[in-house]
Structure formats: structure tokens, C-alpha cells
Design a protein around this ligand. Structure first.
Ligand code: G3I
Ligand code: 9MR
Length: 744
């Protein structure tokens, strides 16, 4: 009955789901990374192909077991093509359907990171975007914001109602033209943290902006555009910070220049805005401190601004933002500002070393959670973890570390064990801006990786990026302009009012969730993971926003940084040993995949040390039936730190296939030779190749790992892991010849 119900449900829902049945990262994968695609409605055990640009099948894999995902209402199977390691452009094929193409490359994500960063330039207020830097997206100056009206809610003795202030620059928040301090907070944090954590990657990265020719990393120049605006939002009379700078209502779909004719207001100081401001300013102060020549005095200005804001917040600790009746734009309201206090205290402590700020953090009370504009205490944890060498003696570094790791473990186990899509997203994550949840989950995982050197966190973070770039039930790569199927109609006023067919590139759409507040959008479903529509009407799923983009800048940069070995962690475990099937009399080989130098290994059989088994692979020659259901684990040691993997199981099958020649034809061609065997460089030679029609390579579990039509004399199997394989040749007269091959 249950089964029937699922089938009915799947049947109903599959016609509303989008796009192709194969969902994968539409841009690319690192050669050493795990590579997973997801197939809707596949048959377990069926073959899928990896096809190169010359249209050759270079690998085959088997469709995994279908599992039902209630958030998208479909059964999906994993397509694991991690064995593909040779750089190039490929697509997958299943049952005659081709996937989008993707790259295997060490720099596949360069354009994505640049695009995401460049998007901030396109969001700039108070400046003309020139053709030199903006190309087709050039536009006239919008919102000079040099005469912004003091709204009654913001009036004070020195700034009476209807007086004006100048508050230029900053980024437009999203698809609207307003500027909100709360959201500027986490957005600027993510951008500055990207630099603070991954400077060596960012120092040389040019996003081709007007400041590119100065001596400063472009990402810092971009942040400065926002920081300069933020400074103007502080009332110099008391240190309090206005909540937002806004039109009274959302404008129509008009250009920035046209919208500039409509009045702008600063509205109400708030505790949340003032604390987010303090946190970001304190952080900026330490990052711009070395740049005295380029930005004279700015580091001090930031610090003073942070301290003044902190003082205001301490004596105005519950000024929760109340939207005035005549103001109808975004609220960014928040009923709880404890976390904002904690974050600001942490950033001030890190920058000044003043212990009184430390006590204000109240570290024990922080319950680590994936950060958002409304929930920022985990930003404090991350900054503390990343600045340990600057901290005074009272810092509880272990506590910080444990909190981050506990959260990361939850995310990783979702991805590892519980998710049919092998992602970290669960039901609670499908909120407005769900895509930024995925990106911020990656941020947590990257930080857990930094703290532990445990590569499985990195793999889980990579999975979030795969999700955002297409490995999701909608089959969308959610960054405009990147991927085959990307949002074409985002709720983004500059894109809606310009002459271009394509939207401004590099913008991350908010993503699916079931709120559907619009009433007039044609959503395909109310299921959280597919409640999305690529239509301007959908401001709740298809708008873009600076905090979402900034989270993905961080995630993409972090992934690049570690995968390219730029960090302190140059050696890590990427994959643990997996269960194996071996043949009686054959060879079983367990591997732990480590990246970098310095590891030592000790293997265990059923928890007992195996003498002499101290390599990254453990090979059992001549497997017997008695080895069936034995368990293997490996203890890895790096610089005196050890950890032991979970046990992998060995399953043994009777040797009934090896070197068996199956044919009904009497004239068996035995002249076919494969050499060298074993082979070290994974290139093999064939004799009598003119008699061979095709070749299939199987691993010991019977999984096809390569398939070649009309092989040449030299066959390159370098995309395949070391191990024992079966080569199955089909000759022109339809004989099937099977040989075993050891790749070392
Ligand atoms: O806080 C509750 C939580 O307790 C509850 O469990 C959860 C269930 O859905 O809802 C939470 O509140 C949500 C809140 O975001 C925090 O996630 C609201 O339902 C949801 O409506 C609210 O959405 C915000 C939206 O503005 C509407 O206010 C988005 O986070 C926020 O990103 C978005 O921001 C807008 C700006 O206002 C204007 N500029 C564009 C920008 C992006 O769309
Ligand atoms: O266009 C607005 C978008 O930028 C906001 O994020 C969103 C949520 O506050 O609101 C959009 O404006 C809509 C308004 O809330 C209701 N009427 C329709 C507007 C969209 O055209």
C-alpha cells in the first residue's frame, strides 16, 4: 500500500518537475573530487555513460538504488562517476538522454567566482557603470543619495524631520533599489571573511572594476564601496545607526536612473542595525589596517565607528525595528538581538584584544547554527576560530572549535547518510533565500575542514556547490549566466528595465521554498524543494540579493583555496575506504584517498593490527571464501594526530568468471594479449587489435568503469583508480574474451 502510494505520488509529481532527468553540476568538478549526478526515475543497475567531446563513451557506471525524497516528491538514484579524472568536457547519458555538459578541471570554478564577485559591481548605487567595466550592462548613474530625507522615525535634535543627509554608494540590496544595514552586515562580513580566510587566492583575482589598477585586492575595493556607504548611516551625534535607506515603497520595474527621481529616506535607528554595523566595522578595521598607504586613516575610522556604535547599542539595547506605517519596503526585522550583541562583541574583541568585549560574547550560550541575516552568532564563532593567534589568553578556542564541528557533523551526516540527493539541505532549510542556506552550510563545512583537516567536510561543502550549480530537483544552475539552465527572469529591477535579453550575470537566485506569498505566480508545486518559478513574478524564489551572492562568493572561494592546496592544510583525507566485492582467488584492495604529503597509515582487520600494512592501500592477494564478511579500517597519522576510519566490509564471491572465455564460436582468438600487466602508468598495449570490436572494463564488484568502441593498440586507462579489473573484449566475430588486469 505504501509502495503504491509512493508510486502514485511520484507519478503525479514527476510531470510538474522541471528539466532533465539527470541533474548535475552544470559547470564542473575537480579531478580529485567526488562526482555525483542524480537521476530521476532511473532503474537500479542500469548503465549510464560518460561521454567526451568526441562523442566517445569513456566510462560507464551503474545507476544506484532509487530513493524517495519527500521534499521533491520523486525517486532518485545516484550516478557516481568519481572515477572520471582526466580533464576535459563531458556529459552523462542515460537511456538516450544526454545531461548538460560539464568540465573536469582544476580551474572549472574560476569564472563562477569572478562572476559572483563582479555582480557586486553591477549592484553599485551612486555610480555610472561604464561600458569599459560593465559591457552590455553599462547604465547611467542611479541614486546619488546625496539628499536623503530624515524620516520622522529617524529625527533627532541635530537632524530634524525633513532635513537631509548625504549617504551615497553601497550596493542595492537585491532586486529592489533600497539599502538595508542589517543585510549589509552579513553580506559585507561574507565578503571580508572571504578575504580574511583566503587572501592568497583573492590577492591576484581581478574582477575588472574601476579600482582594478590600484594595489588592493579587488574584493577589498568592492567591500570598500559598501563600507563607505555604511559609515554615512551612523549618526555622528550619538553613534546609533539607521536601519535602512529606502524609497517609501518598492518602485516599478524601472531603471536605477529613473527610480532616482523618487524621494529617499533614512528610517529609524535600530539595535540590530547598529550592532551589525559595529561587527562589520570592527572587522574592516583589522583588514584595512595593513593598507594605510592606500586608505590613509580608514582603519582607525572604522574602529572608532564600531566602538561608538557598540556604546549606543549598549544603552539602547532593545530598539527593535518597527516599520513606520508609510514605509512599505523590506523590513529585516528581528525580535531577538542577543546574537547581534555576541557577534559585535566578538569582532571588537578580536580587533582590539580588549577582554571586556570577550565577556560580552558569552560564548557558552551560543548554539551554532547556519548563519543568516537574522541569526549571526555563528559568525562570531567563525571569526574567533580564524583569528586564534591574535586572541588573549582568556579565549576558549576549544569551545569555539567544538561548536563549529558539532554543527558541521550534523550537516555532513545529512549529506552522507540521509539524503537521496547527497546534499546537506533538509526540510528546515527551505526558507526564503534557501540557496543562501546551502551556501552558508558550505561555509560551516569549509571551516570545519580548516579546523580538522578532515576532507569529508570539504567533500560535503563541495556537494552544496554542486547543488547550487545544478544538482537539484529543478535542474537549475541558480547563478545567472552560468550553466545551461539558469534563471532568465529574475526579480531584479536593473535586469527588467535594461535592453538586454539576458539578466545581469553572476547573481544567485533565492531558490525554492513553499511560502508562495505572491498569489499570482504559477508555481509548479508546493513541495519545498521544487516550489520555485523562473519568473519575475516570484520575488520570494527568484529575486537575487547581496547576502545570498556573498555567501556563495565565500563558499566558492573556500573550495578553490583548499582544492588547489593554497591553505595551511596541504594534506588531508578526501575519501575513506569503501565496502568491496572481490573474487575468490582474486585480489581485494582497500584505499584511503589522501591529498598531500606526510601521512602514515596502519590497517586493521576486525580491529586487530595487521602487521606491515602501513601503506595508503591494503591489498589482499589471493582472497579466499574465509575472507568474506571481514572488516577493514585504517588509522591515519599526520603530524602526531591520529584518526581511524569506519570499517569497510569485504564481500567475497566465487571465482567463476576470471579468464573464462565465453563464446559459441569454435575459432577462439587466443592471440589477443594485454601487456604490461600489472601496468604502472595505466597505459596498456593490445595485440591483434584489428580483431577487436569493443572493450568493457569492469571492477571487481561488476561495475562497468570504462567502455571503448574500436580500441587502439594503446589504451589509456588513467582515469581509473588503481585496482583489479576485468577486461571484456568483444571480437569482430562476436567472441567475448575476458582477461584480468591490474592497474597500479
Ligand atoms: O523567523 C521566522 C521563523 O521563526 C519561521 O520558522 C520561518 C518559517 O518560514 O519564518 C521565519 O521568518 C521568515 C524570515 O524571512 C526569516 O527567514 C519569514 O517567513 C520570511 O517572510 C522572511 O523573508 C524575508 C523577506 O525579505 C520578507 O521579509 C527574507 O528572509 C529576506 O531575505 C527578504 O529580503 C528582501 C528585502 O526585504 C527587500 N529586498 C529584497 C530582499 C530579498 O528578497
Ligand atoms: O519587489 C519587491 C521585492 O524586491 C521584495 O523582496 C519583496 C518582499 O518584500 O517585495 C517585492 O515587492 C512586492 C510587494 O511586496 C507586494 N506587491 C508586489 C511587489 C512586487 O512587484
Amino acid at each position: 500500500m505504501r509502495r503504491l502510494l509512493l508510486t502514485i505520488l511520484t507519478g503525479v509529481i514527476s510531470f510538474v518537475s522541471y528539466g532533465q532527468s539527470i541533474r548535475l553540476n552544470q559547470i564542473g568538478y575537480y579531478p580529485s573530487a567526488e562526482k555525483i549526478g542524480v537521476l530521476n526515475d532511473g532503474k537500479e543497475g542500469d548503465r549510464f555513460q560518460v561521454i567526451n567531446e568526441a562523442n566517445e563513451t569513456i566510462l560507464e557506471g551503474r545507476v544506484g538504488e532509487p530513493r524517495f525524497w519527500n521534499l521533491s516528491g520523486e525517486e532518485v538514484s545516484i550516478l557516481d562517476f568519481s572515477g572520471l579524472k582526466t580533464p576535459g568536457t563531458y556529459h552523462l547519458s542515460y537511456n538516450g538522454e544526454n545531461s548538460h555538459s560539464f568540465q573536469i578541471a582544476n580551474n572549472w570554478d574560476d569564472p563562477v567566482l569572478l562572476g559572483l564577485l563582479k555582480a557586486f559591481y553591477y549592484q553599485r548605487a551612486s555610480t555610472e557603470l561604464t561600458e569599459e567595466f560593465a559591457g552590455d550592462y553599462a547604465r547611467a548613474l542611479g541614486h546619488p543619495d546625496n539628499e536623503v530625507i530624515i524620516h520622522p522615525s529617524a529625527a533627532s535634535a541635530t537632524r530634524p524631520v525633513n532635513s537631509t543627509i548625504s549617504s551615497p554608494k553601497g550596493w542595492y540590496d537585491a532586486g529592489d533599489y533600497n539599502k538595508y544595514i542589517v543585510n549589509a552586515g552579513i553580506s559585507t562580513y561574507s565578503i571580508l571573511a572571504t578575504y580574511e580566510h583566503y587572501a592568497t587566492l583573492l590577492d591576484d583575482l581581478s574582477s575588472d572594476i574601476p579600482e582594478s589598477s590600484n594595489n588592493v585586492a579587488d574584493i577589498l575595493d568592492e567591500a570598500m564601496w559598501e563600507l563607505e556607504w555604511m559609515l554615512t548611516m551612523q549618526d555622528p551625534a550619538d553613534g546609533g545607526v539607521y536601519h535602512k535607506l529606502t524609497h517609501k515603497n518598492f518602485t516599478g520595474y524601472i531603471t536605477p536612473q529613473t527610480a532616482s527621481e523618487i524621494d529617499r529616506f533614512v528610517v529609524s535607528k535600530s539595535t540590530a542595525a547598529t550592532l551589525d554595523f559595529a561587527a562589520v566595522m570592527a572587522m574592516a578595521s583589522r583588514l584595512f589596517q595593513p593598507l594605510q598607504n592606500e586608505f590613509p586613516g580608514m582603519s582607525n575610522t572604522f574602529l572608532r565607528a564600531a566602538e561608538d556604535a557598540w556604546k549606543w547599542a549598549k544603552s539602547n539595547s532593545s530598539e527593535l525595528y518597527q516599520q513606520p506605517a508609510d514605509i512599505l519596503t523590506g523590513e529585516y526585522g528581528d525580535g531577538n538581538v542577543n546574537d547581534e550583541f555576541q557577534w559585535a562583541a566578538a569582532e571588537l574583541y578580536i580587533t582590539t584584544g580588549n577582554n571586556s568585549y570577550y565577556n560580552d560574547i558569552n560564548l557558552r550560550s551560543i548554539n551554532a547554527s547556519v548563519p543568516s541575516w537574522q541569526s549571526v552568532s555563528t559568525l562570531a564563532l567563525i571569526s574567533l576560530a580564524r583569528n586564534q593567534e591574535r586572541l588573549t589568553e582568556i579565549a576558549q578556542n576549544d569551545l569555539v572549535r567544538n561548536k563549529i564541528i558539532t554543527l558541521a557533523n550534523r550537516l555532513r551526516s545529512g549529506y552522507d547518510l540521509n539524503s537521496p540527493y547527497r546534499i546537506t539541505m533538509t526540510e528546515r532549510d527551505y526558507i526564503w533565500g534557501s540557496n543562501s542556506v546551502a551556501a552558508n552550510q558550505a561555509m560551516i563545512l569549509l571551516n570545519a575542514f580548516e579546523l580538522t583537516g578532515e576532507g569529508t567536510y570539504l567533500a560535503a561543502g563541495n556537494a552544496s556547490i554542486d547543488y547550487l550549480l545544478g544538482k537539484n530537483p529543478l535542474g537549475f544552475s541558480f547563478v545567472t549566466g552560468f550553466g545551461d539552465q539558469t534563471p532568465m527572469d529574475p526579480h531584479h529591477r536593473p535586469s527588467l528595465s535594461d535592453r538586454n535579453t539576458l539578466p545581469v550575470p553572476g547573481l544567485l537566485a533565492g531558490g525554492p521554498h513553499s511560502l508562495q506569498p505572491e498569489g499570482n505566480c504559477n508555481y509548479p508545486s508546493t513541495l519545498p524543494a521544487i516550489s520555485y518559478v523562473d519568473d519575475v513574478c516570484s520575488f520570494s524564489t527568484n529575486e537575487i540579493a547581496i547576502n545570498w551572492n556573498a555567501a556563495m562568493v565565500y563558499a566558492t572561494a573556500g573550495l578553490q583555496y583548499y582544492m588547489r592546496g593554497l591553505g595551511n592544510i596541504k594534506s588531508f583525507v578526501l575519501k575513506n575506504p569503501k565496502d568491496l566485492v572481490a573474487l575468490e582467488g582474486g585480489i581485494a584492495r582497500f584505499d584511503i584517498v589522501t591529498v598531500g604529503e606526510g601521512f602514515t597509515y596502519q590497517w586493521f582487520l576486525n580491529d586487530e593490527i595487521i602487521e606491515g600494512a602501513i601503506e595508503s592501500s591494503y591489498i589482499i592477494e589471493d582472497v579466499t571464501l574465509e575472507d568474506d564478511s571481514t572488516f577493514y579500517s585504517v588509522r591515519v597519522t599526520l603530524n602526531g594526530e591520529t584518526s581511524t576510519t569506519a570499517q569497510a566490509r569485504l564481500n567475497v564471491m566465487r571465482d567463476e568468471v576470471i579468464d573464462v572465455i565465453t563464446s559459441t564460436n569454435e575459432n577462439l582468438d587466443l592471440s589477443l594479449q594485454v601487456y604490461p600487466n600489472p601496468t604502472l602508468n595505466k597505459i596498456i598495449n593490445l595485440t591483434s587489435v584489428e580483431l577487436v570490436k569493443s572493450l568493457n572494463v569492469y571492477d571487481m564488484s561488476g561495475k562497468s568503469v570504462a567502455s571503448i568502441e574500436q580500441p587502439n593498440e594503446l589504451i589509456d586507462l588513467s582515469g581509473i583508480n588503481a585496482g583489479l579489473y576485468l577486461l571484456s573484449f568483444r571480437t569482430l566475430n562476436n567472441q567475448l574474451i575476458t582477461k584480468r588486469l591490474i592497474l597500479k
